[in-house]
Write a protein that binds this ligand. Structure first.
Ligand code: CO
Ligand code: CO
Ligand code: CO
Length: 304
């Protein structure tokens, strides 16, 4: 499974019981603190392996930074290494180069049983949709960059961004999810739309059920919106309809690009409550059923 699939990672079958998962992700800082940035970037890169139902095996650093930042980047690497270790993976090397704008991330190799790959292309009409982390981190990161916020004011969202999606992945594997993707740069609606198109189904979303960082909602209403939101809406917006003005008010948050966002899981509706309770037991408190898969025209989303 590769480029054509629009999935979170490539998957290559090595034998009847082993497949390789390969992915890469890196980006510019979303927080000021280099140790936190390293952790968030690594958690984000590892997430694509978890979204496929796999476990990370090896990781390599990818970094670019100005010469005078080398001390700061020691902290970034330390943060990344911490998350790689927490994931049970091994840091085996990497590559860095000099660049004006700092960037960091990982290339991650994972393993999965070929019969147990959870793609984004197997969601079924009637499935419940579960989201495991609140939305709005893109708005908060933008506010940090603009100096409207400080990191101490958003310790909750930062703690959530550096949390691995490992426990959420284990829960969906245990309960038998049909499809999964992680919510990142394309925003909630962008990644959902990709899942729907890959699966040949549509979705009905309940705006009031979606977990959102309240501070992000307020900032977005005041016009603090990342550039990625506008691009996401331009690219994915055509298949979205809003049934109520209240639902439409959430538009900026639903397209907000997330860094290290949660898993978006499609699971048989009878198993959804069980999944939420397993997630809650794993301390994933904001996990919620936020809508359902329907048999309408593929890729279309109604938010009410
Ligand atoms: Co992904
Ligand atoms: Co990714
Ligand atoms: Co090299």
């Amino acid at each position: 499974m590769g480029i054509g699939a629009n999935d979170d990672a490539a998957v290559y079958r090595l034998s009847d019981d082993t497949a390789l998962i390969q992915t890469v992700d890196f980006f510019t800082p979303v927080v000021d603190d280099p140790f936190l940035f390293g952790q968030i970037a690594a958690a984000n890169a590892l997430s694509d392996v978890y979204a496929m139902g796999g476990r990370p095996l090896l990781a390599m650093n990818i970094a670019a930074f100005p010469c005078q930042f080398s001390d700061i980047f020691t902290e970034v690497f330390r943060g990344g290494a911490l998350k790689i270790e927490e994931a049970g993976a091994i840091l085996v090397g990497g590559h860095s180069l000099e660049d004006k704008e700092p960037k960091y991330g990982l290339s991650v190799t994972g393993l999965v049983h070929p019969d147990r790959v959870i793609t984004n292309g197997n969601a079924k009409a009637g499935d419940a949709l579960v989201l495991t982390k609140p939305l709005g981190f893109g708005v908060l990161a933008t506010a940090l960059k603009q100096g409207i916020l400080t990191e101490t004011k958003i310790s909750g969202p930062i703690a959530e961004a550096l949390r691995l999606n490992e426990a959420a992945s284990q829960a969906m594997i245990e309960l038998g999810a049909d499809a999964c993707t992680d919510v990142s740069g394309f925003g909630f609606l962008g990644h959902l739309e990709e899942m729907l198109i890959a699966s040949g189904v549509a979705a009905q979303i309940s705006a009031s059920a979606i977990p959102v960082w309240s501070r992000a909602l307020k900032l977005a209403q005041d016009g603090c919106i990342p550039g990625g939101t506008v691009r996401n809406r331009a690219f994915f917006g055509e298949r979205i309809t809003y049934a109520t003005p209240a639902a439409e008010d959430l538009d900026d948050i639903l397209f907000d690009p997330q860094t290290s966002g949660g898993l978006l899981i499609a699971i048989a509706s009878g198993k959804a409550d069980g999944l939420i309770s397993v997630l809650n037991k794993a301390d994933i408190k904001s996990a919620a059923v936020i809508g359902e898969i329907t048999a309408q025209e593929p890729g279309f989303i109604e938010v009410s």
